[in-house]
Design a protein around this ligand. Structure first.
Ligand code: 0WD
Length: 254
């Protein structure tokens, strides 16, 4: 029971295919108490049954991270219902469709700002707003992708956002280390989820990864979940600012 006695919040469950769901499953199996958020009413219908599955039916809150008021309200609700927390999972990203295909130089400033706001700045804002609730032995986890390090076809604007997210992880790790708060990212291999459906030719990415990774297979949300549990638990008490690849080893290939 590596998460026994630990309480936390997971943002970014859209359905039971979400990476955040895999992380919730692994943390719950190790004894964590988990609060969940949902983006909007149509996703609420999917998130409530998932929260119920983990005994968290009274710990489900709205949070559209593009709305600072909803982040502030989340802090109030968590404080009331959980008091102190020990972990935060930020499994959220969004880029307008125009940023995920076509010529890169055509991206509008509006699309760029939206992608950076929701996929990157939200990690900073959530961390700042929830920091008063974080224990001095806590862990924050976000999700990245290799397209933030190397060119990946069609990943375009999200690649730039992931590069910014990875550096945000490192600067936050330095800043919060003095408070006993660790900040890490998992760079996951491609997985068929709702968010992935927005990326043109995603099936090709899956096939390419499978064929060219050392393990010759794609990763599952359970595998990402297990690694996430490790980074959120005291098993990784000396690990911070890390971008941990859970990608069947794809990133080492030349
Ligand atoms: O191949 C993949 N699926 C990979 C995903 C490989 C490597 C990394 N990732 C990352 C994603 O970029 C993202 O950061 O993992 C994270 C989770 O993505 P996911 O599990 O693949 O996708 P999904 O199940 O769709 O969850 C992402 C959720 C949103 O779902 P939709 O599909 O409705 O956009 O992020 C949430 C939303 O629930 N989200 C928001 N939450 C709060 N406020 C917002 C927002 N404004 N926008 C999106």
């Amino acid at each position: 029971m590596f998460m026994k006695g630990k309480k936390g919040v997971i943002l970014g469950v859209a359905n039971d295919k979400s990476i955040a769901y895999g992380i919730a499953k692994a943390c719950a199996a190790q004894g964590a108490q988990i609060a969940f958020t949902y983006l909007n009413d149509s996703l609420k219908k999917r998130v409530v049954p998932i929260a119920t599955e983990f005994g968290s039916e009274n710990l489900v809150y709205p949070c559209d991270v593009s709305n600072p008021e909803e982040i502030k309200a989340l802090k109030e609700s968590l404080e009331k219902d959980l008091g102190q927390i020990d972990f935060i999972v930020h499994s959220i990203a969004f880029a307008p469709k125009e940023g995920l295909s076509g010529r890169f130089y055509d991206i509008s400033k509006e699309a760029f700002d939206i992608a950076m706001d929701i996929s990157v700045y939200s990690l900073i804002e959530i961390t700042r707003e929830l920091k008063p609730l974080l224990s001095n032995n806590s862990s924050i986890l976000t999700l990245s992708y290799y397209g933030g390090v190397k060119y990946i076809p069609n990943y375009n604007l999200m690649g730039v956002a992931k590069a910014a997210l990875e550096m945000t992880t490192k600067y936050l790790a330095e800043d919060l280390g003095r408070d006993g708060i660790r900040v890490n990212a998992i760079s996951a291999g491609p997985i068929k989820t709702l968010a992935a459906a927005g990326i043109s030719d995603f099936r090709f990415m899956l096939k390419w990864n499978e064929a060219h990774s050392p393990l010759k297979k794609n990763v599952t949300i359970d595998e990402v979940g297990n690694s996430g549990m490790y980074l959120l638990s005291d098993l990784s008490s000396a690990v911070t600012g890390e971008i941990h690849y859970v990608d069947s080893g794809f990133n080492i290939m030349g």
